[in-house]
Structure formats: structure tokens, C-alpha cells
Design a protein around this ligand. Sequence first.
Ligand SMILES: [Ca+2]
Ligand SMILES: [Ca+2]
Ligand SMILES: [Ca+2]
Ligand SMILES: [Ca+2]
Length: 131
Amino acid sequence: MRPLRKFALIAVAATLSLSPVMAQELTEDEVRRLAFEAADDDKDGEIDEVEFTVDIAAAFSAEDSNGDDFLSREELREVSNLDFDELDEDGDGRVSFPEVMTDRIVDFQNADRDGDGRLNLEEVRRYETSQ
Ligand SMILES: [Ca+2]
Ligand SMILES: [Ca+2]
Ligand SMILES: [Ca+2]
Ligand SMILES: [Ca+2]
């Protein structure tokens, strides 16, 4: 099964009720669009930093299966292709939400090509397909 990249630029599926089977039948582009729409809370066609943070927070708590507010190596591995050691900045063997956001916000800023502090779908697509 193709793993869902829940910690892709926009968190996929954490806020969607996609079953794995459904998700498998969708193209990457369709999954990206659904994730984008789910993250775009005010439906203005762009994701601002607040919406982005809310989206990542939802993904984070969904993946924190034991609810201790940290992601263990195992919890992260199940959902993401991000490098655990890279995320764990203070090296305490667990990844906190601020550590995730520090990493994600860099992606957000890199993806924001026109620098207006918001991401539209095209910016997300360009960024993710260039990875
Ligand atoms: Ca929005
Ligand atoms: Ca945990
Ligand atoms: Ca840490
Ligand atoms: Ca932008």
C-alpha cells in the first residue's frame, strides 16, 4: 500500500475521513486537492499560516497514538517519511509539536513563492512535486 504522507506540506487524511482503500484509488493530485480543501478552513482558496498550523496540529494529535503530546520514532514512522532525527532538534528521542512546526514552517515559507504568507493550491503542487 502506498503510504499516505500525512506530514506532507499539507497534512493528508488526518482531517479527512478517507479509508485507505479510497485513498489508494485517488491520484496524488486528487489527494492533494482534498487535503488542501480540508485545510482551507475559511474556503478562500488559500492556506494561511494559522490554517497551516491547525492542519499540522490535527495531524500531530491524530498520530500521537498514546496521547503523551510527543511523537515517538514508531509513531512518526507509521505516517511519515520525515526524518525523525532531523525533527528531534533537542535530541531527547521524541518529537514535540513545536519541533514539528519549526520544520513545517520552513516548508511553508519555501512553498510560498510569491511571499504573501499564504499558499494556494498551485504553490502547494509545485512545491510537493519538486521534492
Ligand atoms: Ca483559507
Ligand atoms: Ca506519543
Ligand atoms: Ca525532541
Ligand atoms: Ca503565496
